[in-house]
Design a protein around this ligand. Sequence first.
Ligand SMILES: [Fe+2]
Length: 243
Amino acid sequence: MKHDSRELAEVQQTAQAPAASRVDLYAGIHKALRAVMSDTLLAVGRMDAHDALELAQTTQRVLQLLDLMRSHLEHENNFVHKALEARAPGSSQHIGDDHVHHVAEIDTLAESVRALLDTSGQDLDAAVHGFYRRLSLFIAHNYEHMNYEETQHNATLWAHYSDEELMGIHAELVGSIPPEEMMLVMRWMVPFMNAGERAMVLGDMKAHAPAPAFEAVLGATRPHLSAREWEKLQAALELPAAA
Ligand SMILES: [Fe+2]
């Protein structure tokens, strides 16, 4: 993706927009996606492709990431874009077009990463490096794409919907996510939020979700927190010290 200086200035300007006090449908899930995308890219970069187990496991992680990205854009299309179009016709078109390209790129990346399993020798090294670069471009584009959604789409949503209505859309969207995908999202979202956001998400789960679901998310989160972050979470959630 090429930029002229005006486009770059726009990207920088929107990146510096002040934090909103309104309900933000994108903030949490996009932190999760930024984290899982970069972590997966780094895993591909450091992979010993000649270790069959490492190759298989890393390929699996990439495929899981691609499934998550595909599913995420479907949720946005089905719930957020539908809401945008209902009150501001045409406002989701730019990002909707991006999503069409993303689906095609996701399919290509999935095919390329599977092909690595059938490649060997020096061809494998070149193929892995080529894949690493292509994945990094996909991720780079997604970072810009998410910033556009967080600024332009949020501005439109905030102009046309109350916070109560946005929370309703969020609840409907989240209710449509199957448990396995939800667990994966929580694993990447909760550890990479700040302490206040983390306490809020898990506090809400503690109050409203079944205890085993709360325990499972807590268990998936803890290994990815520092000792200090875990202490803060324990205190915020009023967990027993031995938990
Ligand atoms: Fe999107």
